[in-house]
Design a protein around this ligand. Sequence first.
Ligand SMILES: O=C(O)CCC(=O)C(=O)O
Ligand SMILES: [Fe+2]
Length: 252
Amino acid sequence: MLQNRIFHNYTFGDQERKQLDHDGHYVLPELLTIDARERLTESLARIESLIPGGKKGYEPNRFAAEYDIYLESLIPHPQMLKLAREVLGEDIRYDHCVSLNRPGGNGGIGWHSHGYSEDDDRYGYIRIFFYVNGFEKDDGGLKAVPGSHHYRDPKIHGATDKALQEGWLVDKIHPDTGKPLRIEQLSVPLGTVVLMWTHAAHAVTPRKPDSDTRWTVVYGYYKPGKDPGKKWISTEFEQKIIPGEEELMKPY
Ligand SMILES: O=C(O)CCC(=O)C(=O)O
Ligand SMILES: [Fe+2]
């Protein structure tokens, strides 16, 4: 099927991969095409409108691609798969598509990390965030700790920056440089895509009360070989055949 382009041209070679592996995240500013931005905004607004009264355990935000055909179409989109494969290698699995819209006044989220294959770093799990209309660092802004993913700790916690600094971050150094790990606050322009290894410590600042909604969606892919745990895919969706990409939904 011929699909519209979702990404402008970009480079992701050895140098970029090294940077991603060093920091745990990698920012591709203004990567999304205007067409993708417009369609994503429409789809994400629809998802947002479905949330009140949504089914418990099968929430429109947590299973976003199952509620929206455009979001679904991006799971096997050739440009999406190419990007995921640049990071993970040829053999990949899809894990989730979650909308992360943050309306004005949204409280953000404290420091945390996610898990996969803690005991074997040959198996990676990457999350691909689409920050459709971008964000400023003090307005629904993503924060990260470069190097934190090297610890492969799926249970990092900290309600505030101070709590993280006085807790998990104490005595944590970057294994390559020996330097203490530090918090980084991002600001990104509209259409930005962020790649993040699943074990990276991250948090989000509150959205200002007067700001418009921050439109965001994340897609998770991993290199199979380990059990990723409970996936956010319904049994029906898991059985869906995606032409040319039959492997994508297999468990692991
Ligand atoms: O809303 C965001 O930017 C990130 C949310 C988050 O922590 C996640 O999706 O893992
Ligand atoms: Fe997270």
